[in-house]
Write a protein that binds this ligand. Structure first.
Ligand SMILES: O=P(O)(O)OC[C@H]1O[C@](O)(CO)[C@@H](O)[C@@H]1O
Length: 532
């Protein structure tokens, strides 16, 4: 991979002002449209030759062949010996997808239908709790078994016409205590969502929920459902097989929202809207599979990421949806991107030559503007920003607020690019009557360096279909970046050591094991935490 050339080009990158000055059609030439979605990356410092280099790097990394390998069920997750087939969960074609010579689509369609039937039965009141129709659903899960449905239920609030849906993830008892307080065990359905059905946080919370329910419900198993690949463990837990929705190991946790892990979402919005959500993702899959690389939204989003991170050396990127209902999207993308591409070792075991994926963070606009945008505009570090905004909101009576929202979004990317020079700042302060050294001092504080990169994704409206497109767009972006880095985006060994150490520390905290062998800092912290 031509990382040296990329870095050299990035070091010599032109300013945004020059790039726009040289090319009056830059905005058109550096944006990609797919359906009603527009991705504008013209406000990045990518020039003609930079883009050509990035595209050739993607071609040399065999993105097209790897993409085909993923879609067709080859075991591209080599460190775990698994296929990567979250795309099968939303595949709407009639074709077969084979893993180990067997078509997986039959099982996918069957589970999809069972989920829809169960969700509709809960929504209609046909599936009841001991106290009558289900009023509340509590999804207990963590990481990929929580972030996806939690993000999507919030994002699709205007489509929510089922029972209330709550999410418990943290092993901190505060989470489940605050969630269950005020709920009626006799009309609550608890969904235990865990791919492995061993995750300590989820299993601990599930047992707490079981005890809570047993205070009022005789047959607690009838008000529990499970989403897992480990169906035998769900039986041990006491959940009836008809309430267990299984999936296969070729669905990674952070890619699992499209199947059983989406049960709370389908209960919230109904089978038809969930279907539209899957169709949106499928639409993006088809675009990703078919469009030429330079017109391919996920590919170009990935190339912008590679340019900013591995090329220019910007260590973070901010995801800034101007859409309040996407409040949980940055957290969802944190897992998607950082758990997938936060690796130091390539697929073949060699050490990466370049930085792996960036630190991803963010918050919806305009809230972020009144919090951390100061650093984005005037800090010493450059933070590439990924803005997102809908052309239309769901509240026609509040269209004037949507206009304000859009104006703010566009203003931020404009300000980041254009900035404000010392001359301009000086003129502004002089008009306010300042002069001499005080004028100079005050003007300097009001300078905006500008030339800071951002992209903007414009979508028509946050419908289930569009949300599906957006999530799939980012999933494929992660895939392309991972392929270019030569890493396995589908394992997550980096989470294991902490889990092992926590398991060993729990008995120490309970006084059942010795702290011998622990470092002195951990021992000091243990002694403080144990003293009352
Ligand atoms: O669904 P499970 O098996 O409970 O795992 C939850 C999460 O834990 C992780 O394995 C990380 O610890 C994630 O990859 C996963 O989404």
């Amino acid at each position: 991979m031509n990382w040296t050339d990329l870095k050299t080009r990035a070091e010599q990158r032109a300013t945004l002002a020059d790039l726009f000055g040289e090319n009056p059609s830059r905005a058109q030439e550096y944006s990609v449209q797919h359906g009603d979605m527009l991705f504008d990356y013209s406000k990045t410092q990518i020039g003609v030759e930079d883009r050509a280099l990035l595209l050739s790097m993607a071609a040399n990394a065999d993105v097209a062949a790897r993409r085909e390998a993923m879609f067709s069920g080859m075991k591209i997750n080599e460190t775990e010996g698994r296929a990567v087939l979250h795309t099968a969960l939303r595949n709407m074609s009639d074709g077969a997808i084979e893993v180990d010579g067997e078509d997986v689509m039959e099982g996918v369609r069957e589970t999809r239908a069972r989920m829809a039937d169960f969700a509709e039965a809960v929504r209609s009141g046909a599936v009841k709790g001991q106290g009558g129709a289900i009023t509340d659903v509590v999804n207990i899960g963590i990481g990929g078994s929580d972030l996806g449905p939690a993000m999507a239920v919030l994002a699709l609030a205007p489509y929510h016409d089922g029972p209330r849906v709550h999410f418990v993830s943290n092993v901190d008892g505060a989470d489940i205590a605050d969630t269950l307080r005020g709920l009626d065990p006799a009309t609550t359905l608890v969904i235990v969502a865990s791919k492995t059905f061993t995750t300590i946080e989820t299993m601990t919370n599930a047992r707490t929920a079981q005890e809570w329910m047993a205070t009022r419900v005789t047959d607690t198993g009838a008000q529990f459902a499970a989403l897992s690949t480990a169906e035998e463990k769900t039986t041990e837990f006491g959940i009836a097989p008809e309430r267990v929705f299984g999936f296969e190991d070729w669905v990674g946790g952070r890619y699992s929202l499209w199947g059983p892990i989406g049960l709370s979402l389908i209960i919230a919005i109904g089978a038809d809207d969930f279907d539209a959500f899957l169709r949106g993702a499928y639409d993006m899959d088809c675009h990703f599979g078919d469009a030429p690389l330079d017109q391919n939204l996920p590919v170009m989003l990935a190339l912008v990421g590679v340019w900013n991170n591995q090329g220019c050396g910007h260590a973070t990127r901010a995801v800034l949806p101007y859409d309040q209902r996407l409040t949980r999207l940055p957290a969802y993308f944190q897992q998607l991107e950082m758990e997938s591409n936060g690796k130091s070792v390539a697929m073949d075991g060699s050490t990466l030559e370049v930085n792996s994926g960036p630190v991803v963070w963010g918050e919806p606009g305009t809230n972020g503007q009144h919090a951390f945008y100061q650093l984005i505009h005037q800090g010493t570090r450059v933070v590439p920003c990924e803005f997102m905004v809908a052309r239309e909101g769901h509240e026609p009576e509040l269209a004037h607020q949507h206009e304000l929202l859009v104006a703010n979004c566009l203003a931020q990317s404009e300000a980041l690019m254009v900035g404000r020079s010392l001359e301009e700042a000086t003129a502004i302060m002089a008009k306010r009557g300042l002069s001499g050294t005080e004028l100079d001092r005050q003007a300097r504080h009001r300078v905006f360096p500008g030339n800071r990169p951002s992209t903007t994704l414009v979508y028509p409206k946050l419908t289930p279909f569009v949300l599906g497109q957006i999530i799939a767009l980012y999933e494929h972006r992660v895939f392309v970046e991972g392929v270019m880095l030569g890493i396995n985006s589908y394992d997550q060994w980096g989470v294991e050591l902490g889990k092992e150490l926590a398991n060993a520390l729990t008995p120490v905290l309970r006084g059942e094991a010795s702290e011998e062998g622990k470092d002195s800092s951990t021992r000091l912290l243990l002694s403080y935490l144990r003293s009352n």
